[in-house]
Design a protein around this ligand. Structure first.
Ligand code: 3HC
Length: 295
């Protein structure tokens, strides 16, 4: 049976993007947050994104209204019980995720597919907390979700082949390009991206070049849309630090070890764009200024 009803858990940066993308692709979506304040914040960011599309003429006002009508917000997890697939995009804490999947496992029919948007935790470990490791997989989206075309579809040794193919088709219906990968920390993209981002910090830490020159090198020399330090601020320094530590634990290779400067910046609360300061200062968000770092 093809997927029609989509449940999304978490309406933060990734969850709201996933819910928006699914509603725009014609699916009926229910997105759940833990409280009303967070839910309204997430839903209003979706409304802003849709309004921007209408302004640009990419989406008609009538289509925007239909997208909004397909999208329902709730704080009650029971409203996800009819979902054909539930995509979880909550904080990267295994106990929190396992607790949620335990509740969902009791609520949803045996046929519901469970998918996690985790960027680094083990899908296998999450799946074993439920009665359906065969219908459990990873669906890793990229930020900003409505724009980035890629989705990593992650299978474990226990994932059923038919459920996996069904999810690949679902990702295509979302307008994304799915790539197939196994359950290894970081999958494909972060396995390649994280060492590169950490190396950019090491280049800065070694005093080899300035923040702006490192970013310009990769933007103008290699055609990347953002330089690595801008991208670190965009992804979040705390998020990258967390992912690097999980990857280091898994692979025990120095290239995944977070540099001291990254740790200090996270300890200082300089988490990038979302905290107003990282490698750049976002007091004027349209015109970020490099932060003079002393190390
Ligand atoms: N939500 C929705 N749409 C957005 C958006 C957002 N947050 N940010 C930008 N857009 C849209 C714009 O409206 C614009 O649409 P248009 O072409 O129809 O007018 C389009 O994206 C391009 O935006 P801009 O012209 O403002 O700016 P750029 O051309 O610089 O593009 C970008 C912005 C798409 C973010 C681009 O800089 C980019 O691709 N950066 C790299 C992003 C990246 O690498 N993401 C992956 C991060 S890693 C990750 O997520 C994995 C995790 O596990 C760590």
């Amino acid at each position: 049976m093809a997927i029609q009803k989509v449940g999304v858990i978490g309406c933060g940066l990734m969850g709201s993007g996933i819910a928006q993308t699914a509603a725009q692709a014609g699916f009926s979506v229910t997105v759940r947050e833990v409280n009303d304040e967070l839910l309204q914040k997430g839903l209003s960011s979706i409304q802003k994104n849709l309004a921007r599309l209408v302004e640009k003429g990419t989406l008609s006002a009538a289509d925007r209204d239909q997208v909004a009508a397909r999208l329902k917000g709730t704080t009650n997890i029971e409203e996800l019980k009819d979902s054909d697939i539930v995509i979880e995009a909550v904080t990267e804490q295994l106990p929190v995720k396992r607790e949620l999947y335990g509740q969902l496992d009791k609520l949803c029919p045996r046929t519901t597919i469970f998918a996690s948007n985790t960027s680094s935790l083990s899908i296998t470990e999450m799946a074993t907390g439920t009665s359906r490791p065969d219908r459990f997989l990873g669906l890793h989206f990229f930020n900003p979700v409505p724009v980035m075309k890629l989705v990593e579809v992650v299978r474990t040794i226990a994932t059923d082949a038919a459920a996996y193919e069904e999810t690949i088709q679902f990702a295509e219906k979302l307008g994304k390009v799915p790539v197939r990968t196994g359950d290894r920390t970081g999958f494909i993209v972060n396995r390649l991206l994280v060492p590169y981002l950490l190396d950019a910090i090491r280049v800065l830490q070694d005093g080899l070049a300035s923040v702006v020159d490192i970013d310009n090198s990769m933007k103008l020399g290699c055609g990347y849309p953002m330089g690595p330090l801008t991208l670190l601020d965009f992804v979040g320094l705390d998020t990258t630090y967390y992912i690097a530590n999980v990857m280091f634990d898994e692979f025990r290779e120095p290239r995944f070890a977070p540099p001291a400067l990254l740790k200090r910046m996270v300890l200082a609360g300089w988490n990038g764009r979302k905290s107003g300061r990282g490698f750049y200062d976002y007091a004027d968000p349209k015109n970020p200024k490099p932060v003079p770092l002393v190390f």
